[in-house]
Write a protein that binds this ligand. Structure first.
Ligand code: FES
Length: 683
């Protein structure tokens, strides 16, 4: 998937979640309550679900008569016969009143509105039946289900999908030890992944319930005929009266196989048939409805549609309704319960991570925001991040070897080399190795930053440029040190310049950008070296760097020990000015020397300040309001380079070359100190 597409998907996913999230939460909370209706309703509403059972219930007509007597104003509409012995008979009137009648005593035990009681109210809310128009209610619930299935679950899975199957396990593991936004993102992704199957099932099974066109589409897809029109009763003889409910139910029982639950709907006009649907004994699920249509006057069976013989389209529709209602046993109920519970969890983690990402991207002077267009796993422990300007804005140009400062948060600024071809305008790519001893930079980028996030960065700087007049460039990298060199290789390749790249890693799995550098255009230029032992490394380097032909320049980047070995190998063979080095970390030995107090005199402002043993020059300058820009504060990035007018420097940085140190006219004030009592700076 292209990075632009990922950004668009994330924007849609994010804004859909934020806008439709409340509606989803509403459906989830009301749906959660309905999940265990069968188990909880008898406890919460005992009189509507259970009465004393008896051997011989009273006649159905007597029960209906009792209900009519108690609710004389209502027009009888339908009767629901309980699923088991001891369940009251529900007599429903056209004004939505439902009377619960004890079948043993024919006494009315409870009267309730259609959506009355705790679970009736929950169902009304869940199905939006508080709206006048059922079509509008169905459009809202069905529309929300489509949005959830496509924009949230579908797009969410596409965004979650790791760039390589190697990272599948990492992407699917909940890590409770994480903190802040990293925890939010991990929770959102992992819970979302596992809940997605359940949420998709909930969303898809709701569609046939909400939309007639979905039911019709199912029929078309499986080759089932559309449902037949309801049969009509014959024209009754003048003065004839419809049969009683009791008589009609008896006729229906003659064709139904031991029904356990039935709903008898009276004819609305004199030509309508009486419709009875029942769940027969041994039915595969609670929505396996068998229909009987009776002539309201003669009781003749006009049509009998046993569920098992109904069309495939109808069975798919009814089965999905049963699945949606959790009517397939406790295991499905529990799965759906946890799937639905995931919605508030994902809502919280999504919003929290969004808010935290916005909070952490406040822009300070000299910096600007970029958007993360893609995040890729490049090798074991290495991710790359592609950055683009906001709203399609361009980005400052850069040259090969440049780096940018990334403001990981308000306190953490890290330098990362740009590892794409500078010719690819409008994009920066950085690669970050997750350091085992990360002080927050690489760990935060690995765990918190995802596509669509914003990062605050500073414009590129280049302290490691290619030598313009060189006839040949030898690029030597180890591990993550390949990052500045890959951009150089791409630029040199494009410009048709002479170069070679030697890339040392532990294994192919540790080699970042392996596929990119293995493309045919790099054939004969890029050499991978895996798991090279120190002795063999020296031998190999001696062969490659044995002598320095005129105009050849060497560029080095990698772990300190590796660089020392290369530098030892070329010492005396390659002149210092032909060796270009990029350090990622400070030299601990250089910084381990004793710290003694000294004075710093500022030539231009004519001020003299004391630098105590436990403070750096940069600390003291900053304390006195003198603006020296710092970044890494480790003597690595070169940001705090300051001119020296007089005095000896105790260089403790990893930035200046030996030649520059000898010249003594520059100092990195974040780590280096004075050798002697005073140093005069060009400030
Ligand atoms: Fe990076 Fe001083 S701040 S070298």
């Amino acid at each position: 998937m292209t990075s632009t597409l990922r950004v668009r998907l994330l924007q849609i996913h994010r804004w859909t979640g934020l806008s439709v999230g409340l509606l989803l939460l509403f459906l989830a909370v009301t749906g959660l309550g309905l999940q265990f209706r069968h188990q909880l309703q008898p406890l919460a509403e005992p009189t509507t679900t259970r009465v004393a059972s008896c051997e011989r219930p009273t006649e159905l007509d007597d029960q209906i008569a009792a209900a009519r007597a108690a609710h004389a104003s209502g027009k009888l509409e339908s009767v629901i016969l309980g699923e088991e012995r001891g369940a009251p008979t529900q007599v429903r009137f056209s004004d939505d009143a439902t009377l619960f009648v004890d079948p043993c005593s024919a006494q009315v035990v409870q009267q309730q509105a259609r959506w009355g009681g705790l679970f009736g109210r929950l169902e009304q809310l869940h199905r939006f039946r508080f709206l006048e128009d059922n079509d509008v209610a169905n459009a809202i619930t069905g529309g929300t289900a489509i949005v959830m299935a496509v924009l949230l679950v579908g797009f969410g899975l596409a965004l979650w999908w790791p760039s390589s199957l190697r990272w599948l396990k990492t992407s699917a593991t909940l890590r409770p030890g994480l903190k802040g936004r990293a925890f939010d993102l991990n929770l959102h992704r992992t819970v979302g992944l596992y809940a997605s199957v359940l949420l998709l099932a909930v969303a898809i099974t709701s569609l046939p319930l909400a939309f007639k066109w979905v039911r019709q589409s199912i029929n078309v897809a499986v080759g089932s005929p559309p449902p037949p029109a309801k049969p009509k009763s014959a024209e009754p003889p003048p003065g004839a009266k419809p049969l009683t409910m009791g008589a009609l139910w008896e006729r229906a029982q003659a064709v139904l196989d031991h029904p356990t639950k039935a709903v008898i709907s009276l004819a609305k006009t004199k030509n309508d048939a009486v419709e009875i649907y029942a769940i027969e004994q041994g039915a595969s699920h609670a929505e396996a409805r068998s229909y009987v249509y009776l002539d309201a006057y003669s009781g003749k069976v006009l049509r009998f549609e046993p569920y098992a013989a109904s069309s495939l389209g109808n069975r798919i529709y009814r089965t999905s309704a049963a699945i949606h209602a959790g009517e397939f046993g406790v295991l499905l109920q529990l799965l759906q319960f946890f799937g639905t519970l995931a919605i508030p969890v994902m809502g919280y983690s999504g919003i929290s991570s969004f808010v935290r990402s916005r909070r952490s991207t406040r822009v300070e002077a000299g910096s600007f925001q970029v958007e993360v267009a893609s995040v890729r796993d490049e090798a074991i422990g290495i991710k790359s991040f592609e950055l683009t300007g906001l709203g399609g804005k361009g980005l400052p140009a850069f040259t090969p070897g440049a780096h940018i400062n990334v403001h990981v948060d308000h306190e953490t600024v890290r330098q990362y080399s740009l590892c794409n071809d500078p010719d690819r305008r409008g994009r920066y790519r950085i690669a970050v190795r997750r350091a085992p001893d990360s002080r927050g930079g690489s760990q935060a980028l690995h765990e918190r930053v995802q596509v669509g996030d914003r990062l605050v960065i500073e414009a590129p700087r280049n302290h490691f440029p290619l030598e313009r007049g060189a006839r040949h460039h030898v690029l030597v990298a180890a591990g993550i040190g390949v990052t500045p060199l890959i951009g150089m290789a791409q630029a040199l390749q494009r410009q048709g310049k002479s170069y070679e790249l030697h890339y040392f890693t532990r294994s192919i799995e540790h080699a970042a950008f392996h596929d990119e550098l293995s493309q045919p255009r790099f054939n004969g230029r890029v050499n991978f070296h895996y798991a090279v032992e120190p002795e063999r490394l020296r031998e190999l380097l001696r062969r490659v760097l044995a002598e320095r032909p005129e105009g050849h320049h060497l560029y080095l980047c990698g772990p300190r020990r590796f660089m020392e070995v290369v530098e030892e190998t070329v010492a005396g063979r390659w002149p210092a000015e032909s060796i270009h080095v990029e350090h990622f970390s400070a030299d601990p030995q250089a910084q381990a020397g004793p710290c003694v107090p000294f004075e710093v005199h500022l030539q231009r402002s004519q001020r003299t300040l004391d630098v105590p043993a436990n403070k750096s020059i940069a600390d003291v300058l900053c304390h006195h309001g003198i603006n020296v820009v710092t970044s890494c504060r480790q003597g690595v990035c070169g940001t705090c380079l300051t001119g020296v007018i007089a005095g000896n420097c105790d260089h403790r940085d990893a930035f200046l070359s030996d030649k520059e140190r000898k010249a003594g006219d520059k100092i990195m004030v974040c780590v280096s100190r004075a050798r002697g009592d005073q140093i005069v700076l060009d400030l």
